[in-house]
Write a protein that binds this ligand. Structure first.
Ligand code: MG
Length: 152
């Protein structure tokens, strides 16, 4: 499956804080960002199960900045959708949505915002909503991907 993760308040603290990885002096010098604790372990579990891991963010971060943020923490992303990519790739009828995962062949979107889940219900795409306060978040991701795999 192709699984996409949001960034702000899902993997990177923004309005809310949660435990994160610590950055080396080099990562700080490159202005890379801390990732939520458990991200690296979760991604390696998903890769072992042959899933593709994408980032889909409405932020203005460049794709190379996002790629490097993960790479320097040992993770290679399979695809990245940022605000610019979303604007240029999503068909006009879905342009009013802040995210449209089916436009990128994404099977499961993981996001902190309940509105994305509501859009998913309305426009028929799969969303797992995870709050920034959720402690068992990696467990929830693995559980949901396992359930979806059974259905496909
Ligand atoms: Mg978010």
């Amino acid at each position: 499956m192709r699984i996409a993760f949001d960034l702000d308040d899902l993997l990177i603290p923004s309005q809310f804080s949660f435990p994160t990885s610590s950055l080396s002096i080099w990562q700080k010098a490159l202005r890379l960002e801390n990732l939520r604790e458990g991200t690296c372990h979760l991604f390696s579990e998903l890769k072992k199960q042959d899933h593709e891991i994408w980032v889909y963010t409405s932020s203005l971060r460049t794709r190379s900045h996002i790629f490097k943020t993960f790479l320097f923490q040992g993770m290679v992303l399979d695809g990245i959708v940022n605000y610019q990519k979303h604007q240029t790739s999503v068909p006009v009828e879905f342009k009013n949505l802040s995210k449209h995962p089916p436009s990128f062949g994404i099977h499961l979107m993981i996001d902190d915002r309940p509105v994305i889940q509501l859009d998913g219900q309305q426009f028929d795409f799969e969303v797992l909503c995870i709050s920034p306060h959720e402690l068992l978040w990696t467990h929830k991701v693995l559980e949901t991907t396992a359930q979806l795999m059974k259905l496909h």
